[in-house]
Design a binder for this molecule. Structure first.
Ligand code: ATP
Length: 470
């Protein structure tokens, strides 16, 4: 298929608000003609909203969307050169397969013979030849979805929008349909914009993946870019399996993690800088202990996964996930090795919590909507009651409680990252600010927690000049 570099869809600085809720936050995205683009992210990240804005079922609160160079904000869905396939097949239950597919063509008053040819071609495209006179209610979920796809492509749209079209199908049917969709995309030569929360599906299908979280784009890239060069811990954790570890970039091409130094290929992070290190489980070599080992550990568990074995190896107090075609039994002492180019280094997004606050007394500071005691020796510079301040709290000094008491800040656990020897949690406080916590306790996404911060954990300094606290 001839690919064109010309963008067909341009999303420029688009935001979408539902009351207080920001579903999309300044989205910029350019989709080329003929591309298979997948919008990928966890539930609630805004992917369906983005698709609905492109389809025209909703309008952007801010920003502009162009299709084929034309601003289409006010153009109704049926006048846009797009067709949508939904997760729920949305077929007309009183029409048979043929009439469902022919529906749009009949509205266009297409001659019967042309229509018949097109419907048959669309049915062939989705592997449903000979089904035209079947009642749609008698079809399986997979077959109904094929009919829905046929109904969309029979209109020959320039862009096909697909909103989790395979989500309702069983695994085997899903895998078959993925391959068929990929083939269909090649044959049709049109642009596909596909929404899914399934990273494997995104890696299998797409030319380009757009990873979203909380209404924002985290990374745009090819499947290999996204897999091999994730830009942050969210992407590394969301796409495939990863060991994500705290590390220190000692100097160019030398990084320390799990208590050892490793050669790597990354440069430009500075010296002794805290970083996040990502190693894919399949990038570890595992073998009986020998001098070649960079890390030595004991296998904790070994599970056969069909093609490879997945092992958890305890090296000092770090649990590392390793995949190999050869399995080592639990209890075996093993050596691990990783090549410099398989160590992915990422700049840390933050090294401690930073909050805007205000002094409310000599040793009392307000932030996150609560007042806290703090110690004189942890107050840097001169600050007086009423002054705006910046507050720092180390991740491991924040405590989480099951049952919040009345004077505690409360929040909800919204993202959990396992860092080999502890969990790094993002807790969204009811004050609408995120609090980052390192802990060995096991929490689940969505858990309600009370947040406490002891006085000795709080560092206070004058607010930066542009800090604007009243
Ligand atoms: P899922 O995979 O669960 O469908 P998603 O990534 O597609 O999730 P969206 O459906 O785009 O997410 O929703 C993004 C956010 O906007 C969610 O918090 C959702 O609750 C909210 N939202 C979406 N539509 C509306 C609406 N009509 N009114 C209020 N809030 C909405």
């Amino acid at each position: 298929m001839q690919k064109d570099n010309e963008p067909i869809i341009e999303v420029k600085n688009v935001s979408k608000f539902f009351g207080e809720k920001t579903a999309l936050d300044h989205i910029d995205l350019s989709i080329r003609k003929g591309e298979f683009v997948t919008i990928l992210g966890p539930s609630g990240c805004g992917k369906t909203t983005l698709l609905r804005l492109i389809a025209g079922f909703q309008t952007a609160s801010e920003g502009e969307i162009r299709i084929g160079g034309k601003e289409i904000t006010q153009v109704p869905p049926h006048k846009r050169p797009v067709n949508t396939v939904f997760q729920k097949y949305a077929l007309f239950p009183h029409l048979n397969v043929y009439d469902n597919i022919a529906f749009g063509l009949k509205l266009k008053k297409m001659p019967k013979d042309v229509m018949e040819k097109k419907v048959k071609a669309a049915l062939k495209m989705v592997g449903m030849t000979d089904y035209e006179y079947r009642d749609v209610n008698s079809l399986s979920g997979g077959q109904q979805q094929r009919v829905a796809i046929a109904r969309a492509i029979v209109n020959e749209p320039e862009v096909l929008l697909l909103d989790e079209p395979l989500a309702a199908l069983d695994l085997k049917m899903r895998k078959d349909m993925q391959m068929e969709l990929k083939e269909m995309h090649k044959r049709l030569g049109i642009t596909f914009v596909y929404v899914t929360h399934d990273q494997e599906e995104a890696l299998t299908l797409s030319d380009t993946i757009v990873v979203m979280s909380e209404g924002k784009i985290q990374q745009i890239g090819t499947p290999t870019d996204i897999y091999n060069e994730p830009v942050n811990c969210f992407v590394a954790d969301f796409i495939g399996e990863s060991n994500i570890l705290n590390g220190t970039m000692i100097k160019d091409k030398l990084v320390r993690f799990c208590g050892k130094e490793f050669e790597c290929v990354d440069e430009g992070f500075g010296e002794n800088m805290p970083v996040d290190v990502v190693i894919r489980p399949e990038d570890f070599y595992i073998f009986p202990v020998s001098d070649a080992a960079q890390l030595v550990g004991k296998v904790q568990s070994c599970i056969f996964k069909g093609v490879h074995y997945e092992m958890v190896v305890l090296c000092d107090d770090y649990e590392l996930t390793v995949q190999d075609y050869h399995g080592f039994d639990a209890g075996t002492e093993v050596g691990l090795l990783v090549k410099p180019m398989d160590i992915q280094i990422m700049k840390k997004e933050r090294t401690c919590n930073t909050f805007e606050g205000k002094m409310v007394g000599e040793n009392r500071v307000e932030f996150l909507g609560c007042e806290f005691d703090c110690l004189s020796e942890n107050i840097k510079g001169s600050v007086a009651a009423g002054d705006a301040v910046e507050v720092e709290v180390d991740f491991e000094k924040v405590n989480l409680e099951d049952n919040a008491s009345a004077d505690m800040i409360e929040g909800e656990v919204k993202f959990i990252l396992y860092k080999g020897n502890h969990y790094h949690l993002t807790v969204h406080s009811d004050w609408d600010e995120d609090v980052f916590v390192d802990t060995n306790d096991v929490w689940d996404n969505g858990d309600r927690v009370g947040i406490t911060i002891p006085a000795e954990a709080i560092r206070v300094m004058p607010a930066k000049a542009d800090g604007n606290v009243n």
